[in-house]
Write a protein that binds this ligand. Structure first.
Ligand SMILES: NC(=O)c1ccc[n+]([C@@H]2O[C@H](COP(=O)([O-])OP(=O)(O)OC[C@H]3O[C@@H](n4cnc5c(N)ncnc54)[C@H](O)[C@@H]3O)[C@@H](O)[C@H]2O)c1
Ligand SMILES: N[C@H](CO)Cc1c[nH]c[nH+]1
Length: 857
């Protein structure tokens, strides 16, 4: 309970610190003038509440804003005439208001909980009508009537008195002034025979220092001297510290709920409160304030070279520690970890405060002020911090994924098996880490690729030859081989020729079936005929990878649909071998499809040469084909450069496969499919989602992977790829398909019972291989579907290469007069909405001539 006396200070600058020892003051509110500073200067630094007296009988929006700000800076209550208080309450929902009225009857009629009586002094009996309300007897204007004060206070009212009418100088008060003690004693009771009041002494953080006793005189002396003065039961008036030197500065006094126990809030100096030289009579104070005391002492006395000294002297060290500990706290999970990390954070934060002279009391007061806010911020983090948290989360995800991969380096003597993760018992973060791709087209790659592209753009063939020498370690005379291609460059075996021819035919058939030959015609309204027809893209570039393995199959996958679509100029690009020659199968395919030339270059430089053209290489309108991260980044770069005016198919990077396998799947089949993509490159990724497999069945899968992998010539690549590849155990098919859709694999293989049934549930995948006898390799070469497919999860929004990739679609329309009549008005109305009069006119003129609209000259 705060003492039921509220000193009124007519000017906010004149607040008497001694009177405010009772815990509250009231100052006038002046519209437009009372600033938040005039409130914070008391409310955040001192131990008393600041109330405002609003005297005007009107209130405008500007003043409401001003009040809002003042509330939010810690103003306790605003006393206002009842009508004004109602207006404020309607504008500021949680405003703390005391409704000023003249009479007890008016107060009783109000719904408000806090009321102030401003005129005729009420009798104690009349006050009883207001039980249940907080009542203030407002004597700020008139001189108080001291004889009534005890009865008001005893009735539970708080007396608002002019500060100038009160004094702490109790023994020789100036004429007309009432000693403050006279307002305090009526609020107290005691059942002790000696009439003393039990008094709890606390520090400013409400920590008990000890129990003492007070008398009317000791309290009056304490108020007068603003010091700890008590009544010893054996030695009379006791000025604490008078002999020991451990004095106390009094910062506030208070009473308990029924007034039979006092509280003195003090700042203790010297060894402590207790005569045994401990901080309190209950021993030394621990916790945060104990730590604060230690740190304050260290700030003054820390030995040179000690860690605490370094911490105080080295701003960067202290800031870094706060950040580091805050991060660790964010990452902590168990109760123990959180407590541990929170303690570290508090230690360094407190060191920062102590160093800057900020005390726990300042922080507590600040917290109290914030709790008084009437309009609260939404609580969202500022965008900068939200973005930072997201960035850090992404970094952590990547680091977690990297850590998982890093943990698993499959050594030459280790079994080549995938890591196993049970999706049902792992955290979402752990599962997500398994679904992270090993490599991204990041800013780092772009910073390598952009200079390469720019060089080719500027220097053409010369740059191409230099970069081929640098990256492919072969010095060429010319970067291009033009058609007709010499027979010597396409020497291949009959079997391979037959294989290419068979594959060519199947790819042709499937892509020709996709060909949109017929013009699409729709009459949308009578006389309005809309149509759409396809046209081939004239000049297309086909990139055929050749880094870790040359892929003639890719030349088929790109050039056959190009030919089906009717593209005029087909340009191939593929890195030359160390002997400076192209793979003969690639040249054979180029010859078969009638390609115009083959660029003997790989990587970003090959893409740039086709995007911008060089002295010897024709510029292409669109570039298709897969490749490593340099190729993919260069494709993305040129497609964004309006100077290149060059489209691309999609980001088709390192190969990947996700196999969903159940207990009906043959582990050897599953292993072979996983390894067929693992052998592409160390940055490939293969995943198996095992549906309800037992440990024994999972072991069989591991055995099959290990056995087959060790027999492969590219086992070294496979070993590295399998290191970052995972078998995820799930319980159900639905779960498996949900994870597959989340990953959006380039290839999805369903080795499950009734596989066909689940195709409907596939939302995101480049190409699906359904059932035990549909290995992914068939799609790579010969079945007819295309193997140039979106990776990195781009299957969520891109399709694989298809015939339409090499086409563009043109729409056309024909309107008859009847057609114009059907839609003319709608066009004119919409053009008017957009304020585009020329658009409107184009229809209006025709409609007028046709007689559908009256002519306007
Ligand atoms: N998504 C698909 O549809 C699909 C299809 C087939 C292949 N692929 C993938 O294509 C990729 C082919 O990659 P690849 O490396 O074997 O062949 P690539 O032809 O894509 O890249 C080789 C070229 O990269 C350049 N290069 C190498 N190191 C470089 C460096 N440090 N800086 C700049 N340039 C550098 C060289 O010029 C080299 O010619 C594989 O990851 C494979 O999985 C994907
Ligand atoms: N699997 C690759 C697509 O990611 C294509 C390919 C070509 N040769 C063998 N495989």
């Amino acid at each position: 309970m705060t003492f039921p006396v509220l000193p009124y200070f007519p000017a906010d600058t004149a607040i008497c610190p001694k009177l405010s020892l009772v815990g509250q003051v009231i100052i006038p509110f002046v519209p437009g003038t009372t600033t938040t500073e005039s409130v914070t200067k008391y409310s955040t630094a001192a131990h008393y509440d600041v109330n405002l007296d609003y005297t005007s009988t009107t209130v405008d929006e500007k003043t409401i804003d001003q009040l809002l700000q003042l509330y939010n800076k810690g103003v306790h209550n605003v006393f206002a005439p009842a009508a004004v208080a109602s207006t404020i309450a309607s504008k500021i929902p949680n405003a703390r208001l005391v409704f000023k009225v003249n009479t007890v009857a008016e107060a009783a009629a109000l719904k408000a909980h806090q009321v102030a009586l401003t005129s005729a002094p009420p009798s104690a009996d009349a006050l009883k009508q207001l039980s249940g309300k907080s009542v203030f007897v407002f004597f700020a204007e008139a001189a108080p009537v001291p004889t009534s004060i005890p009865s008001w206070i005893k009735s539970g009212a708080t007396v608002v008195i002019k500060a100038s009418d009160v004094t702490t100088n109790y023994d020789s008060p100036a004429p007309g002034k009432t000693p403050l003690i006279d307002y305090i004693i009526p609020a107290l009771t005691t059942d002790r025979a000696d009439g003393l009041y039990a008094t709890v002494v606390t520090n400013p953080y409400d920590q008990a220092l000890g129990l003492v006793y007070s008398s009317k005189q000791s309290i009056a002396e304490a108020l007068k001297n603003k010091a700890g003065v008590y009544q010893s039961r054996t030695r009379g008036l006791w000025f604490k510290g008078a002999t020991s030197g451990n004095t106390q500065s009094l910062v506030g006094i208070d009473a308990d709920c029924d007034g039979d126990c006092l509280k003195f809030i003090v700042e203790q100096t010297g060894a402590g409160f207790c005569h045994k030289s401990t901080t309190s009579c209950f021993g030394n104070i621990k916790g945060l304030s104990g730590l604060e005391t230690v740190l304050q002492d260290r700030l003054r006395n820390a030995p040179v070279g000690s860690y605490t000294k370094r911490l105080f002297d080295d701003e960067k060290l202290l800031s870094s520690k706060i950040r580091e500990e805050a991060d660790e706290l964010i990452d902590a999970r168990s109760k123990d970890e959180i407590a541990w990390e929170a303690a570290d954070v508090l230690y360094f934060v407190l060191a920062r405060c102590v160093k800057s002279g900020v005390t726990l009391e300042d922080i507590t007061k600040n917290l109290e002020t914030k709790s008084l806010r009437v309009t609260r911020r939404k609580g969202d983090a500022k965008p900068k911090y939200a973005a930072e948290t997201e960035r850090r989360d992404a970094e952590k995800k990547a680091a977690a994924a990297a850590a998982l991969r890093a943990e698993r380096i499959i050594g030459p003597n280790d079994r080549i098996i995938m890591q196993r993760v049970n999706a049902d018992t792992s955290s979402a973060q752990e599962v997500a880490a398994c679904l992270q791709r090993p490599i991204h087209t990041s800013a780092d790659i772009m910073s390598l690729v952009v200079p390469i592209v720019e060089r080719v753009k500027q220097e053409g063939d010369k740059a191409l030859l230099d970069l081929t020498a640098k990256f492919d370690h072969v010095v060429l005379d010319s970067p291009v081989m033009k058609a007709p291609f010499p027979a010597s460059a396409m020497q291949i075996t009959d079997d391979v020729k037959k294989a290419i021819d068979l594959s060519f035919n199947n790819i042709w058939k499937f892509h020709e079936a996709q060909m949109k030959k017929d013009t699409l015609v729709v009459e949308t309204c009578p006389g309005v005929i809309c149509s759409r027809f396809a046209r081939p893209i004239e000049k297309v570039g086909c990139y055929i990878p050749g880094g870790t393995a040359v892929l003639p199959s890719t030349s088929l996958m790109l050039s056959v649909p190009a030919r089906v679509a009717g593209c005029k100029d087909i340009v191939f690009a593929s890195p030359p071998g160390k002997d400076g020659k192209l793979t003969p199968e690639v040249v054979y395919v180029a010859h078969k499809v009638g390609a115009k030339c083959i660029v003997l270059a790989g990587g970003a430089q090959a893409i740039a040469s086709m995007a911008y053209g060089t002295e010897s290489i024709p510029k292409c309108d669109k570039i298709m084909g897969p490749g490593n991260q340099f190729v993919t980044a260069a494709k993305m770069f040129v497609s964004n450069d309006s100077g290149a005016l060059c489209g691309i198919d999609m980001p088709a990077g390192p190969s990947e496969v996700l196999v969903i396998a159940d207990k009906y799947a043959d582990p050897e089949f599953v292993a072979s499919d996983l390894l067929s993509q693992a052998e592409h490159g160390v940055d490939s990724q293969v995943l198996c989602i095992a549906v309800d497999l037992s440990e024994k069945e999972l072991d069989a899968l591991d055995d099959a992977v290990d056995e087959q992998a060790n027999k492969l010539p590219r086992v070294e690549i496979v070993r590295k790829c399998i290191s970052h590849s995972t078998t995820l155990q799930v319980k159900s098919y639905d779960e498996a398909l949900a994870l597959a859709n989340q990953y959006a694999p380039e290839h999805l293989i369903l080795q499950i019972k009734d596989a066909e049934k689940y195709v409907d549930q596939v939302d995101n995948a480049g190409s699906v291989f359904v059932g035990a006898y549909s290995p992914e390799s068939c799609g790579d070469y010969s079945s007819g579907t295309n193997h140039t497919l979106p990776t990195y999860g781009y299957a969520r929004m891109y399709s694989g290469v298809n015939t339409a990739t090499f086409q563009k679609f043109v729409t056309s329309q024909t309107l008859t007069p009847e057609g114009l009549k059907s839609i003319g008005k709608a066009v004119m109305d919409l053009a008017a909405v957009e304020g585009l009069d020329a658009h409107r006119n184009a229809v209006k003129i025709r409609m007028e001539k046709l007689g559908y609209l009256p002519r306007h000259r």
